[in-house]
Design a protein around this ligand. Structure first.
Ligand SMILES: Cc1ncc(COP(=O)(O)O)c(C=O)c1O
Length: 213
């Protein structure tokens, strides 16, 4: 679908719908006439098939307790395999109310209070909050920056791990906010260093489908 056609079909005004992005501007930033680029939240409707399926569920009219059906797991596994060639097993999947909740849970499950946890900065701010709010030690390692391009500095990364006895690294892949899609080699280097120093890697891949060749 061409961009123009996509916009005409899916663009939707969100102001006046209790939208955090648009309707909380004044409360958050003190002015209404701002372009809220801080949040990953679009002006585009979900695909028709999603809206139809949700509408059908809502029309049923009873919203009692439900369980996670087999078709849910199959959908997740099929998506990962079809789009990323990654074969998941059902037993590996856990359900959380969101990615940020999963970050907090991982930090609490896999490390002890006072442990050092590494993030490559700048990074999506809840990474930093999940570490600090959980009584862990934040080790922020700045990405290298030159002429508007952020990149991975392997030496600084390893030094930060060794100097601080880091126990966990929270990876953002692709990286928000710098927009970097890690190369295979960069990921190999990162993960080898983590393995060498026994560092758990928690990888937030929420933006995995937003990569373009
Ligand atoms: C890297 C990253 N992780 C997680 C989230 C949010 O995930 P959730 O809303 O499922 O907690 C965002 C949203 O911008 C994000 O950029």
């Amino acid at each position: 679908m061409k961009a123009k056609e996509f916009i005409e079909r899916y663009y939707t005004e969100r102001k006046g719908t209790s939208s955090l992005k648009w309707d909380a501007l004044k409360e958050t930033f003190g002015a209404d006439d701002l372009i809220p680029m801080w949040i990953a939240d679009t002006e585009f409707k979900a695909p028709e098939c999603v809206i139809e399926s949700l509408t059908e569920r809502i029309q049923h009219g009873v919203y009692g307790y439900s369980y996670v059906p087999e078709s849910f797991y199959e959908a997740v596994m099929d998506w990962e395999y079809t789009h990323h060639g990654y074969k998941l097993q059902k037993e590996w999947i856990r359900i959380t109310p969101g990615v940020v909740a999963a970050l907090y849970w991982s930090v609490n499950l896999l490390t002890q209070p006072g442990d050092a946890i590494l993030a490559l900065t700048p990074v999506y701010y809840p990474f930093l909050d999940s570490i600090k709010d959980s009584g862990r030690r934040l080790v922020a390692c700045d990405m290298a920056y030159e002429k508007g391009v952020f990149s991975f500095d392997a030496a600084a990364f390893e030094k930060a791990i060794v100097d601080n006895d880091v126990k966990m690294y929270i990876l953002c892949s692709p990286h928000n906010p710098v927009g970097h899609v890690w190369t295979y080699e960069e990921l190999q280097t990162m993960l080898k260093i983590c393995k060498k120093h026994n560092v758990f890697v928690v990888s937030d891949e929420i933006h995995q489908d937003l990569t373009f060749d």
